[in-house]
Design a protein around this ligand. Structure first.
Ligand code: RIB
Length: 323
C-alpha cells in the first residue's frame, strides 16, 4: 500500500510578469504580460505529488483575506487534503512577485504574510492529527520559520516516515535541522551556502568546493555535525538534471531530458513533490530521483510554478520516451 505525502511549507499567490528580459536595479522594462497563479513552495510541492497520484495533505498557514480563500480552494481542487490548513486572523496570505524572461529565467521577491506565522505548535497539532507513520514521506520546505520546519522534521523522523528537507531558502538552517532529514534537496547555490555555514560552525574552511559532488560529500561526511545524519543529498542542477550523492559517497549523475523552457519557476518544487511521491509509493531513492528529474523538466515547459506540474500520464509518457 502506498504511503502518504505530508507536506509542511508555504502557500503564496504568485503575481507574475513575463517580459522579454529581467530589469537591472532601478530599470523599468516595458511590454510584459501579467498573470496570477497559485504558488508557494509548499503548495506547489503538494500539487506536484498529488498530480502523480499520491495521497497528499498540506500543513501550512493562510491569511484571512481573499487570497487565502482562493488558495485553499485551489489546493482542494488539486486533490490535496486541506483539513489541517491554518487560517490566521488579521493576516495577509503570502504573495510572491515574480518576473520571468523570454528564456524562462526568473526573479522572485516574497512577502511571506501568514507563512511567517506558522508555528511549531501549528505543526505539532496538524501532524498530530495526521499521525505520520512508516511508509509516509514528510516533505518540508524552508519558506516557513525554521522552528516550524524543525518540528515537522522531528515528528517525521520519530514516526519512522521518510523525511525530506528542501532547504529553499538555505539561510538559517543549522546542523541540528539538517540532521533530521533523510534526504536533502538543495540546488547548487543552496548546497554552497549549507557547506559554507557548516564549515564556519565547525571551524573548517567556509568556502564550499565548486564541484557539487565534492560539496555534497563534505556535508554528508561531517558525521559529528548534524548533516551527517542525512542518508543522501539530491542536488538539483536545473537543465543539467541532478546529482544524487549517498552517505557512502556513491554519486549518480541524472541527466534531464532536453525541453524548451517557458518558465523555470517551481521546477525545484516539481522535483521535490515527485521525489516524495516516488518514495511514498515505495520506489528506491535512485528511481524516485530519476522520475523527479523528468517531472521537473516537464514543469518548465508551461507557465506558472504550480501549473507546470505534470500528471502521472504525462510523466509516464516522458519516461517511456526517454528510455
Ligand atoms: O518555487 C517557486 C515558488 O517560490 C513560487 O510559487 C513562489 O510563490 C515562491 O514561493
Amino acid at each position: 500500500m502506498s504511503g502518504r505525502v505530508l507536506v509542511v511549507g508555504s502557500v503564496n499567490v504568485d503575481l507574475v510578469v513575463q517580459a522579454d528580459r529581467l530589469p537591472q536595479p532601478g530599470e523599468t522594462v516595458l511590454g510584459g504580460t501579467f498573470r496570477r497563479f497559485h504558488g508557494g513552495k509548499g503548495g506547489n510541492q503538494a500539487a506536484a505529488a498529488a498530480r502523480l497520484g499520491a495521497p497528499v495533505v498540506l500543513v501550512a498557514a493562510l491569511g484571512d483575506d481573499e487570497f487565502g480563500g482562493e488558495a485553499r480552494a485551489a489546493l482542494a481542487h488539486e486533490g490535496i487534503g486541506t483539513d489541517v490548513l491554518v487560517t490566521l486572523e488579521h493576516t495577509a496570505t503570502g504573495v510572491a512577485l515574480i518576473l520571468v524572461d523570454r528564456h524562462g529565467e526568473n526573479q522572485i521577491a516574497v512577502a511571506p504574510g501568514a507563512n511567517a506565522g506558522l508555528t511549531a505548535d501549528h505543526v505539532r497539532s496538524g501532524l498530530g492529527r495526521l499521525g505520520p507513520r512508516s511508509g509516509d514521506a514528510v516533505l518540508v520546505t524552508h519558506e516557513i520559520p525554521t522552528v516550524a520546519a524543525t518540528e515537522a522534521l522531528r515528528i517525521g523522523r520519530e514516526s519512522g516516515a521518510s523525511t525530506i528537507l528542501n532547504p529553499a531558502p538555505a539561510d538559517g538552517l543549522d546542523g541540528s535541522v539538517l540532521a533530521l532529514a533523510d534526504v536533502l534537496t538543495p540546488n547548487r547555490g543552496e548546497l554552497g551556502r549549507l557547506v559554507a555555514a557548516d564549515g564556519r560552525r565547525s571551524g573548517r574552511s567556509a568556502s564550499a568546493p565548486g564541484d557539487p559532488i565534492r560539496a555534497a560529500r563534505r556535508l554528508l561526511e561531517d558525521s559529528d555535525e548534524g548533516p551527517g545524519a542525512a542518508t543522501a543529498i539530491l542536488v538539483s542542477l536545473g537543465a543539467s538534471g541532478a546529482i544524487l550523492v549517498e552517505r557512502d559517497g556513491a554519486a549518480v549523475e541524472i541527466a534531464a531530458p532536453t525541453v524548451t523552457a517557458v518558465d523555470a519557476t517551481g521546477a525545484g518544487d516539481a522535483l521535490n513533490g515527485a521525489l516524495a511521491a516516488g518514495l511514498a509509493a515505495g520506489l528506491g531513492l535512485e528511481e524516485a530521483a530519476r522520475r523527479a528529474v523528468v517531472a521537473a523538466s516537464l514543469s518548465v515547459t508551461r507557465a506558472g510554478a504550480r501549473e507546470g506540474n505534470p500528471t502521472l500520464a504525462e510523466l509516464a509518457a516522458a519516461l517511456a520516451e526517454s528510455r
